[in-house]
Design a binder for this molecule. Structure first.
Ligand SMILES: [Fe+2]
Length: 392
């Protein structure tokens, strides 16, 4: 019988985690400087799964030189049903109507599930930090070293393909730029590394709801906009990157790429964690939402909110209280890091004003594969849609 290698994990120190409920480091055994999947046993897999599904974001340090083909295999330890299709699509997406059309020239040929993302040059879910906010930071504020989250999201197009359980990032090059600061609505400031990837936990976001709001969330299904990223491609976000505060710039349905309702994403508002079924995760993308359907468990009555502006404002009301320094984990990249995050347990965003710096280049590999298993509702009420797509 294979003997476990001694691979282990340790949650980040409490001064790093604060109240984010996020973060652990995977410690590889000394004889394995670069992760070697062939040597891992079933019990090592369980340790990895426990580390991730309890802590939502894990890092393995010093993985410079890891073979890109290893990364999709590593992802499958957490999601055995992952397809070998990058969630942004099989081929390079080059449709200029889609703001995710990043992957043109951005895939590793030997490992097409792995994309290359960088600051400025490529556009994808992460986008260009300076372009998306309704009121961008002023030049003066930028020069003082402030930054913001760009757009909080899960890695998924909300159309045709299901979100992956995990995304894996590997830092090839990190910006050599001084630390920057995020200012929060309560006036506190958080120092973050330039180009940090920021995360918040859906479980923590759920905890911050009132009992009534939790009940509403548990009974609600979220329908996303048809071709969601085309739909919002002319829209601008709030300062915190959580929502779209104004209505009117949305692409008209007839101007979207061909679509059908059966391919439009629809998910419960609160998701179940694969290893912790008692912990609810509020997982909703505040910029791409379209419609809410809520069932009253007492009467069985179903109510629908399909005014997009109102839908956004309800979701924003639920999510905006997470936006505080102590609830956000901002990963300070070191070259060689492999970061695995639970795409169905956190929202994430890039941060960093890097364009004006000569040494501001940031290059990451990103592997996010569509899953064949849809996110499961935390509460399996009658009629809940757990198929991942609108039922037609
Ligand atoms: Fe992303």
């Amino acid at each position: 019988m294979a003997i476990a290698t001694g691979l282990s994990f340790a949650p980040f120190p409490s001064e790093v985690r604060q109240t984010s409920a996020i973060g652990a480091e995977i410690k590889l055994p000394p004889q394995m400087p670069i992760i070697d999947l062939d040597l891992l046993t079933a019990s090592d897999h369980e340790v990895l799964r426990q580390a991730l599904f309890e802590n939502q974001v894990v890092v393995i340090r010093n993985q410079k030189g890891i073979d890109p083909t290893v990364i999709p295999k590593l992802a499958k330890i957490f999601d055995p049903s992952a397809t070998d299709t990058h969630s942004a699509g099989k081929n390079a997406v080059s449709d200029p109507r889609n703001i995710l059309s990043a992957y043109k020239a951005g895939r590793i040929p030997r490992a097409p599930q792995v994309g290359i993302i960088g600051s400025g040059k490529f556009q994808n879910y992460e986008g260009d930090h300076t372009l998306f906010h309704e009121s961008p930071l002023s030049q003066e504020t930028l020069e003082e070293g402030y930054t913001r989250p760009y757009r909080w999201h899960m890695d998924t197009p909300f159309y045709e393909r299901l979100p992956g359980e995990v995304t894996i990032l590997h830092s090839i090059q990190i910006p050599k730029v001084p630390d920057q600061k995020i200012k929060f609505p309560d006036g506190t400031e958080k120092t973050v590394a330039a180009g940090a990837t920021a995360f918040f936990s859906g479980a923590r976001a759920f905890d911050l709801l009132t009992t009534e709001e939790q009940e509403f969330a548990l009974n609600t299904t979220v329908t996303y906009a048809p071709q969601a990223y085309e739909y919002i491609r002319h829209c601008k976000s709030s300062e915190d990157g959580l929502t779209i505060p104004t209505f009117g710039r949305e692409t008209k349905p007839e101007d979207l790429s061909e679509w059908s309702w059966g391919q439009v994403a629809e998910h419960p508002m609160v998701w179940r964690n694969p290893m912790n079924p008692s912990r609810p995760f509020l997982q909703v993308h505040g910029c791409c939402v379209y419609k809410l359907t809520t069932r009253d468990p007492k009467t069985g009555n179903v109510s629908v909110i399909n005014d997009v502006e109102k839908v956004r404002s309800i979701v924003y009301g639920f999510q905006k209280r997470i936006y505080a320094a102590e609830n956000i984990y901002a990963h300070r990249w070191i070259e060689g890091d492999v970061v695995i995050f639970h795409n169905r347990g956190v929202m994430h965003s890039i941060t960093g004003q890097l364009q004006s710096h000569a040494e501001g280049k940031r290059l990451l590999w990103q592997c996010t594969m569509s899953s064949q298993t849809p996110p499961q509702p935390f509460r399996a009420y009658p009629g809940v849609n757990d198929t991942g797509f609108v039922r037609v």
